[in-house]
Design a protein. Sequence first.
Length: 369
Amino acid sequence: MRLLVVNWQDRENPQAGGAEIHLHEIFGRLAARGHDVTLLCGGWPGCPSEATLDGMHVVRVGTRYTFPFLARRAWRRRFAGCGFDLIVEDINKVPLHTPRWGATPVVAVVPHLFGGTAFQEVPAPLAAMVWLAERPIPHVYRGVPFEVISESTADDLEQRGVARRDIEVIYCGIDSVSYTPAAGTRSPTPLFAYLGRLKRYKRVDLIIQAFARLGDPTARLEIAGAGDYRPALERLAQSLDLGDRVRFLGRISETEKVSLMRRAWALAFTSPKEGWGITNLEAAACGTPVVASNSPGIRESVRDGETGYLVPHGDVAALAAAMARLAAAPSLVDTLGYAARQFAEQFTWERSAIETETHLMRVLQKTGG
């Protein structure tokens, strides 16, 4: 197959997140399986306009803010006559309405839609633009095959008016070779961790507030990641008089990430909505339980009472109680962690890539390609 993948960003972008990891892990494997994959995406100041990543030809146009306005023109000027079998649009932030670009068949990949959660992250005018941009999806993409990464996202699309028959659920994978348990690495005292971007909608403030309620003075919280919400979170920790019990690590390497997950007694994750929760599965693969909000997408990456605990989103008391339960029982941490590793082993990127390849081939056959 000759595929044009369209997304706001690639994995080298400083603003890249889970959607970009998902895209590269799957379509990089499809490139390795012999498919011709080009990625059209936005860039960032000073970046090369073209690159080869994971076997994909990457073409960068504009920035993450201007790309939605430039993508269709780039298609017309450079790619429309190149004989692509399919356009695969990763609907990440604002839909690009690729079904209106021409006759090339489209498959829409959706990690998750923002809906009202956009108002928790950006100023109201911009959030309203995102919310309004998502509204026409059932109309513009009518009859377009969708590929989503969770049942929660499938439910969201169906509630918006997309036919369930057009939705294929293909779960994310993880690198269960790099992310593994390691005997003797667990911290001797309770350690909770957060790994991810420090953005307002991630609600890391809930984790800090819950941690402040723990009665164990030996417990620690380590927060890894970068983002514009870090100063506010640091002020919150200071206002709660947590001192050096809370550490902000900034952006860390993959090696440091694995080390932190192995040392932690639990990973905490309190976003109101996610496509899936790859970080939760990575922690599980390291044999570390997860305490998370019972939110769309996230609830599918944690088995409540088996691989960790799910609590009502925004309920600081319930989150603190779950953390306290683990802090008081190292044996419970080990029990949940063992089950978490067993759960995580089901999810591999190779399986996700093969299922995506099968789905795309089926779409191509239906369209006469």
